[in-house]
Design a protein around this ligand. Structure first.
Ligand code: ADP
Ligand code: MG
Length: 156
């Protein structure tokens, strides 16, 4: 087991969450897996939108809830956005995900990853978004210490 680090912040608007994600994007090279955890409406798709903006992609980010997976292009990287909401049997999509996990030019973003925990690498960034009673979002990053360079720009 590698050592993990936890870092937390609060955002007060969708735009703030997007710019936080944008900062994370600047450190990504491909090969990273990002797991987004929150209740419905927490801001997972909003975060993904900011991430794509930070990667310089002009692709439109929408919740892939009814399509399960979407792919965006960002320069020479591809971003695979999975959403397993209400999916109880991951089946072939889990296989698809396992395949892109091994692609060094792919970044994986996954919402509602419970059913695919067995194919998620331990070496991933988990981002939890909790709504506060005030309507803000408490955002908690949990990541392997080895990824501290990626997180440097996020934590500044
Ligand atoms: P999820 O993908 O987790 O279901 P979405 O990103 O689709 O959530 O929706 C989040 C909703 O909450 C959006 O309507 C967004 O504008 C709103 N919102 C309000 N405050 C925030 C915040 N601080 N961060 C992210 N989203 C926020
Ligand atoms: Mg969503």
């Amino acid at each position: 087991m590698s050592t993990h680090v936890t870092w937390q912040t609060v955002t007060s608007s969708a735009e703030e969450t997007e710019s936080l994600a944008e900062r994370l994007a600047t450190g990504l090279h491909g090969g990273e897996v990002i797991e987004l955890v929150s209740d419905l409406g927490g801001g997972k798709t909003t975060f993904t939108r900011g991430l794509m903006r930070g990667l310089g992609s002009v692709d439109k980010v929408a919740s892939p809830t009814f399509t399960i997976s979407k792919m965006y292009i960002a320069g020479d990287l591809t971003v695979h956005h999975f959403d397993f909401y209400r999916l109880h049997e991951p089946g072939i999509i889990a296989d698809e995900m396992a395949e892109v996990v091994s692609d060094p030019k792919a970044i994986i973003v996954v919402e509602w990853a419970d059913v695919v925990q067995h194919v998620l690498p331990e070496n991933r960034i988990t981002i939890r978004i909790d709504q506060t009673p005030e309507g803000d979002r408490r955002i908690t990053f949990h990541y392997p210490a080895a990824l501290h360079e990626i997180m440097e720009k996020v934590e500044m």
